[in-house]
Design a protein around this ligand. Structure first.
Ligand SMILES: Nc1ncnc2c1ncn2[C@@H]1O[C@H](COP(=O)(O)OP(=O)(O)OP(=O)(O)O)[C@@H](O)[C@H]1O
Length: 288
């Protein structure tokens, strides 16, 4: 059976996911400092609103809500407009209500250590905006001081998010050079893992992305070069990054794989088009 896909519209990412993220999947975007995790989470939300009219909620645990908005705007993504229209909301789990901007926040979590409070504020934000896409940045903050609780915290959020029909990106911070993705409890609890990396060779930094797992989906089995530009993240889906002890080199993917990825995107587009038609027919029937 074909699983409905949530397209990220991050250039090249849907290709290496063979169509996009399966609906209701919770995806860990894991990586070291400065690898582009936050940008990817923001791009996923912004694209959903602009390209599909799907509202989104950003759970801010690492940055002040003012900085969150500023970093959206850095890429020309005017999120304030959609916040005013009620299609976007920030859950402030950062300020603990301290400061004048914080007190104006509609969705404030006073104690981010209290997962119950976070869950109920998140649920309210999802219901009010009609959100389809969620980003939690970063989920690691929630269990930094209590690693034994990581799995149950992630499962609690997953139940709410998937239960309300949403698809999510959970940002997971790991140390530079660490091989894991955020601890065994979390890695097995989530539905997908995307890993972002930054590696140095001969004084030059190379960005790359690899999809480690994605339930109900075929995935590209190679590391792809990735760029961060003024328009956000671009994945070079038709190339793979060959890393040896001494160097990193981008090489073209085999033709058959490129064709298969293209076909997966075309199929997703066709399914979307058909379901769009179905909705229109239903609307007309209801009007009659
Ligand atoms: N316009 C741009 N062009 C190129 N690179 C950019 C641009 N804007 C930001 N970056 C790069 O993106 C990186 C930050 O990305 P991001 O904030 O998503 O990292 P992160 O993985 O969330 O890191 P951390 O875990 O440390 O918060 C910066 O190090 C910066 O070099």
């Amino acid at each position: 059976m074909k699983v409905p896909r949530v397209r990220t519209y991050v250039p090249g990412l849907d290709e290496i996911l063979y169509g996009g993220i399966p609906e209701r999947n919770i995806v860990l975007v894991s990586g070291g400092p400065g690898t582009g995790k936050s940008i990817m989470a923001k791009q996923f939300l912004y694209n959903g609103i602009v390209k599909k009219d799907e509202p989104g909620v950003f759970v801010a645990l690492e940055e002040h809500p003012v900085s969150v908005v500023r970093s959206f705007k850095h890429f020309g993504w005017d999120i304030t407009k959609y916040e005013k229209e009620g299609k976007f909301a920030i859950v402030d789990a950062f300020t603990a209500g301290i400061g004048s901007t914080a007190q104006k926040e509609k969705y404030l979590v006073k104690d981010p250590d209290n997962v119950g409070e976070l869950s109920s504020v998140l649920r309210e934000a999802i219901k009010n905006t009609g959100a389809k896409r969620i980003a939690v940045d970063s989920v690691s903050t929630l269990y930094l001081n209590k690693p034994a609780m990581a799995r149950s915290i992630v499962m609690q959020l997953k139940r709410i998010i998937a239960g309300l029909g949403c698809t999510a990106i959970f940002v997971s911070q790991v140390s530079a050079g660490e091989r894991g993705f955020g601890g065994p409890g979390v890695e097995h609890a989530v539905d997908g893992i995307i890993r972002l990396d930054l590696d140095e060779f001969e004084g030059q930094l190379y960005r790359s992305i690899i999809v480690w797992k994605m339930r109900d989906s075929k995935i590209s089995m190679v590391r792809h070069p990735m760029d961060i530009t003024d328009e956000g993240i671009i994945v070079q889906w038709d190339k793979y990054l060959r890393i040896t002890n001494l160097k990193a080199e981008a090489e073209p993917l085999p033709k058959e794989e490129i064709e298969e990825m293209k076909k997966a995107i075309e199929e997703t587009e066709k399914i979307e088009e058909e379901s769009g038609k179905e909705i229109k027919v239903k609307e007309i029937e209801e009007e009659e």
